[in-house]
Design a protein around this ligand. Sequence first.
Ligand code: FE2
Ligand code: FE2
Length: 400
Amino acid sequence: MRIIQIDDVPLGSPLGQALYNERGDVLAQTGVKLDESLLSAIKARGYTAVFVEDKQSAGIEVVDPLSFATRSKATKATRNTMVIGERVTQVLGPDLASTAATLPRSAEVHRTISQGVPADAIQESVREIVDEMLDAPTQLGLNSIKGQDSFAFAHAVEVASVAVRLGREVGLKPPDLRRLGRGALLHDVGQAFTGDTTDGKTGTPTPADIEQVKRHTRLGYDFLQNVPDFEPLANHVAYQHHEWHGGGGYPRGLKGTDWGDLNRNVSGEIMLIAQVTAIADVYDALCSDRPFRARLPRELAMSLMRRMAGAQLNGDLLQVFMHIVPVYPTGYPVRIVGGALDRWQGVVAKLGSPDINRPVVRVFQKPDGGEVEPFEVDLAKDSTARLMTAPPKRARVGAS
Ligand SMILES: [Fe+2]
Ligand SMILES: [Fe+2]
């Protein structure tokens, strides 16, 4: 299996990983053959790439650490929670909903949230995510591919699973992982009130857009506080996930990360579970397509994150993160730079060991674009070569 740009998919290839529509329902199931009409439906939902099974990638296994059932249920439960947020905006009216910094307290708001949010489905999904991430391989595979229409909840599920995986690596126990997972799954629920800066728009968000979206942290926290079954400590993840380790984040400008007792929320500091969520959030955002920019090449995303160490993100947590998340995951398109195979292209076939970033690459394309019978090279054995993200095919055709 490998990732391929939608425009480059050979017709008839089986889809490697299920895709979702704007309601959180399955749009295309794993294994379905991609024909022209399905590909255009997928493209219309804002997907730019998909996983496919094809002859070049035969035998390359991309393991989704979440089962299909868990991913589907969590996607749906998150979507149904965000729908309740939208219902609350109707209760408030457009003027209040678009300006309020905190969620007004009223019996109707409380009733809408406490009766509408599917708290059981959320908590069940979180338990499943935690159980499956406890069994997941040490190294994490890919962030899932997302369409713009379903971005909000696909992002939520992804952030929850990455956060729980990182939480496991720093030694959190299942009850704390569930608290982390629930906080992470609903970290952006406040966007039901604010949008995510880019609602239906393209182009770079303006300063006014950014001020508008900043309200989603406090509004999300207030929203969650209306759900009787939701623990306040986990609700603080929504409140704190845009705080910066070095200070300078929002909404309160907290500073430092509290590594101490997970059962407390020290005033002025960021909770560990909120910092863990922040790392998963930044990672998934940089590696996903957004209306105002394409997903970044992974080497760029990872080097940007490294540069955030100490200022935006906690450096110790980030170091652990970099040990479990490879720059180039299995199935990812790469170009070799340097060495005997300079400018040849292929996909990552297997993560490197002990260095996850020196993988085995399945090579099948020459520098001139011509295809060859696939063969594999082990970068662990060739220190003269490094990798970069393979440029999309169309760019190559245009350039030659
Ligand atoms: Fe956010
Ligand atoms: Fe987010």
